[in-house]
Design a binder for this molecule. Structure first.
Ligand code: PLP
Length: 471
């Protein structure tokens, strides 16, 4: 498929607007030349974007078990609600009185998310999970500094953690200390005890973790960190496994981020839009970013705040979708969604286990991790090859080579919105690919063969990215 720049013909237009009767006003020009925009007819635009949409794969096309990303189906009605004129046409600087609907949605959403996560206060501002982590760790830093505890320079993070965790700690100026996992896939308690000290600012952890396993020692873990004077941060990206069942606040966590785009009905991927609200216990509330949303909406009068992390109040349409999702499902519905997410994952796991090796063979939460080391050794076909072969069978690959502690990892998260037929079909496809690997492992190196772009050179793409179109 050609780029729209490549079909551009000088002077070609979709349509010309009539000469405007409004007097013209020239903005201060800062660029030396006009932008070189593609020049195309209307039909070219329509065909170009229609073809692009047909060539891309999303939840609306088929099964998308991308572990840790919660690629569930998002009800279309929530998109309609987010697009309502009354919400959509409010200007970000319209004062709170005129925008009382916005305030009500924001306030109610904060209230409900606090109940669900077991937190006392919350900001909705961060634009994604990673941004939430950065904000949450900044709260922990502000707390220690406020208490003159400047020697606390280290954040402890399990070796199964998502890569954004160490990055967020690091961006806040902390040193990252890695805590190994035990043979069960949870935090190694004895190692954790050795790692905590007077220099521990806190711990970052996701539970269930990225192996899809719930850490039964969680109360012990948070206690060990608290006893050493550290605070506990909960990465809530896996919240889809526990909604309405248990709460990070009750597990002993002080700060939490949630990924509304993963758990609460915003289609995601390709860079946005997202929302990563950060909740905290009452003793941290005074450090939350500005403006604080409380009894007085848009309160900028908090001198201990870490400051501003996002323009205005954040990605409001995402809040609306989360609000609509929570209101339509209700408490019982949210719990059921999580229960079904866990059930679907265990159903798939039980089937796949007959032919594949499970990294940690026990009952999982909303996702599970296979290790294809044995298959690679026997057939030469790697986890990457199997993932690419799934594409040829109309299924989006699971998350590959993550978590890092599992070799040849494939991480499946089917989510609650998939039917038993879809799960059965996906398992059958996995068995078929395994058979193909056994017959001719080398052949899978070429997959995918049904897509416009075949096997991409991922190393080269990462090391030498071409980010700009040049004629
Ligand atoms: C997705 C994810 C994140 C980061 O969230 P983004 O919204 O992608 O920034 C953090 N931790 C875990 C476990 C995740 O799955």
């Amino acid at each position: 498929m050609k780029l729209i720049f490549e079909i551009s013909v000088k002077g070609r237009r979709a349509f010309d607007l009539e000469e405007s009767k409004v007097p013209s006003y020239t903005l201060k020009q800062t660029r030396s030349d006009y932008a070189e925009l593609p020049e195309v007819a209307e039909i070219d635009v329509v065909r170009h974007f229609t073809e692009m949409s047909r060539n891309s794969y999303g939840v609306d096309n088929g099964f998308y078990p991308l572990g840790s990303c919660t690629m569930k189906y998002n009800p279309k009605v929530n998109e309609v609600i987010a697009a309502l004129d009354g919400f959509n046409n409010v200007h970000p600087t319209q004062c709170c009185k005129e925008a009382s609907g916005i305030n009500e949605v924001t306030e109610t959403l904060i209230e409900k998310l606090c109940v669900l996560s077991g937190m006392d206060s919350m900001t909705l501002q961060p634009a994604a999970g990673a941004h939430g982590e950065f904000t949450g760790i900044a709260l922990i830093k502000a707390y220690h500094q406020d208490h003159g505890d400047t020697a606390r320079t280290k954040i402890i993070i399990p070796d199964s953690a998502h890569g954004t965790n160490p990055a967020s700690a690091n961006m806040n100026g902390f040193e990252v200390v890695t805590c190994p996992s035990d043979s069960e896939g949870g935090v190694d308690i004895e190692e954790l005890k050795k790692l905590v000290d007077k220099d521990t600012a806190g711990l970052m952890l996701t539970n269930p973790n990225t192996l899809g396993l719930y850490d039964k020692n969680i109360l012990k873990i948070t206690q060990i960190v608290h006893n050493a004077g550290g605070l506990c941060y909960y990465d809530g990206a896996n919240f889809n496994a526990i909604m309405g069942i248990c709460r990070p606040g009750d597990m002993g966590f002080d700060v939490v981020h949630l990924n509304l785009h993963k758990t609460m009905s915003t289609p995601h991927g390709g860079g946005g839009p997202g929302s990563g609200p950060v909740g905290c216990k009452a003793f941290l509330a005074s450090y939350l970013p500005l403006p604080v949303f409380g009894p007085r909406p848009y309160d900028y009068d908090q001198n201990k705040s870490i400051g501003k992390v996002r323009a205005n109040i954040g990605n409001f349409p995402v809040y609306l979708k989360a609000f609509a999702y929570i209101e339509t499902l209700g408490g019982d519905g949210l719990r059921e969604a999580s229960q079904l997410a866990v059930l679907n994952a265990n159903y798939m796991l039980a089937k796949l286990k007959k032919e594949f090796t499970v990294a940690y063979d026990k009952i999982c939460m909303h996702e599970f991790v296979l290790s294809l080391s044995d298959i690679k050794e026997k057939t030469g076909a790697s986890a990457l090859d199997v993932a690419k072969a799934l594409i040829d069978n109309g299924i989006h690959p699971p998350t590959m080579y993550f978590p890092l502690i599992v070799h040849e990892a494939l991480m499946f998260e089917p989510t609650e919105t998939e039917s038993i037929e879809t799960l059965d079909h996906a398992c059958e496809v996995m068995f078929k690919i395994k058979k193909q690997a056994e017959q001719n492992g080398e052949a899978l190196h070429n997959c995918p063969v049904t897509t416009i772009v075949g096997r991409a050179d991922e190393v080269n793409a990462a090391r030498n990215p071409i980010l700009k179109y040049e004629q």
